[in-house]
Design a protein around this ligand. Structure first.
Ligand code: MG
Length: 379
């Protein structure tokens, strides 16, 4: 048994709004298409994942997934599926899952159930029960439609490869097809039902993106991690704190701009994904970081968290020094950190304390900062 997966990503996505087709739009930190592509690619039973894109979408695909096998689809969804099936023909594929990129979140459980169902039938689809009351009517309410026995049909739809290829080849060119499963049924073949999943809901309209983000966020696990940093005061240096230049008679010295607050936050964010510390990512021995603005370190750490599907919820930082006074700069620093992280300022907390003239901060020899970051990540 060789299982392949076909992802149909050829739509122009006009209804979902935005400047790029919806399958290439960003959702939960990555392109919509990347979510189901990862789920299918990671499944141990699936040997090959082939993406069907529209003409001229090659660069968008490369930006979304890098180098990945694809074919160019046609004007209708049915043409695109056909192109994908023909590309897989005579390659030893025995079972195929046909999925729409507009359903980004694809639980492994559904993939398992579909592949298993093909042991007993040539086709299988995931379905959800209809919960709402269904009724006819345009301007005024008509009769109810009994919902017993009705299903909401999702994708992926799974098939014996030769059977669905034959169904596509036999389908009349001038007839519209609602989905692949109906094409197989036309051949007199059975399509069995497996439980679908609310996570598989389709993205069609702009508001669906927010709903999908919320569905995704509900599956995440909260994690917190801390960061700590110290830099030495030196006369003649600029003092950068949280990406803001603070007027003072001395500044912090270090290899980069020595922004002790941004370094502590960077380490906290790296900590949430177990990605080591700032020195591993930006070694002091590397001349590229001499005098560098530390905002780029923090942007990098935030990018790593988001690349893992993470959502940054909150950052709290405490600056430890006798002088300068942080209060007058608090809001500017909060706003700066928020901008770097792409978050509202309400998600950033900034505090300051002295150490009662004790220790190196108390003697004014240097400044310290500690931070804690709270993120939500996939399990
Ligand atoms: Mg540092």
């Amino acid at each position: 048994m060789t299982v392949a997966a076909l992802i149909v990503a050829a739509g122009k996505g006009i209804r979902a709004g935005g400047s790029v087709p919806k399958q290439f739009s960003s959702l939960a930190g990555k392109p919509v298409l990347a979510h189901s592509h990862e789920a299918l690619s990671a499944h141990p039973a699936i040997a090959q994942v082939l993406v069907v894109i529209g003409p001229g979408q090659e660069q968008a695909l490369a930006d979304a997934l890098g180098d990945t096998p694809f074919v160019i689809g046609g004007a209708e969804r049915r043409d695109s599926v056909r192109a994908g099936l023909e590309a897989l023909a005579d390659k030893g594929v025995t079972r195929v899952l046909i999925h729409d990129a507009a359903r980004p979140f694809l639980p492994t459980r559904v993939i398992d159930a579909l592949i298993e169902a093909l042991d007993h039938a040539p086709g299988a689809v995931p379905v959800l029960p209809v919960a709402d009351t269904l009724a006819r009517g345009e301007a005024t309410l008509g009769d109810n439609v009994p919902r017993a026995g009705l299903n909401r049909v999702q994708t992926p739809q799974a098939f014996h490869f030769d059977a669905i290829l034959a169904a596509h080849r036999a389908w009349p060119a001038d007839e519209e097809a609602t989905d692949d499963a109906q094409m197989l049924r036309r051949m007199g073949r059975d399509v069995v039902l497996v439980p679908g999943d609310p996570m598989l809901e389709k993205i069609t309209h702009p508001a669906d993106f927010a709903a999908a983000e919320a569905r995704y966020a509900a599956t995440l696990i909260s994690r917190s991690a801390t960061g700590f940093d110290v830099h030495r005061f030196e006369a003649g240096q600029e003092l950068w704190l949280g990406g803001v230049l603070i007027p003072h008679d001395k500044g912090l010295s270090g290899h980069s701009d020595a922004d002790v607050a941004l370094h502590a936050i960077t380490d906290a964010l790296l900590g949430t994904i177990g990605a080591g510390d700032i020195g591993m990512h930006f070694p002091p021995s590397d001349p590229r970081w001499r005098g560098a603005a530390s905002a780029q370190f923090l942007e990098h750490a935030a990018g790593l968290v988001r690349a893992e599907g993470g959502v940054i919820d909150f950052v709290d930082v405490t600056i430890i020094c006798e002088a300068p006074k942080i209060g007058p700069h608090r809001e500017a620093i909060r706003a700066s950190i928020a901008t770097i992280l792409g978050l509202p300022a309400s998600r950033i907390s900034l505090k300051a304390t002295t150490t009662e003239r004790l220790g190196f901060t108390g003697r004014g020899e240097g400044m310290a900062a500690q931070a804690i970051a709270t993120v939500r990540l996939p399990e």
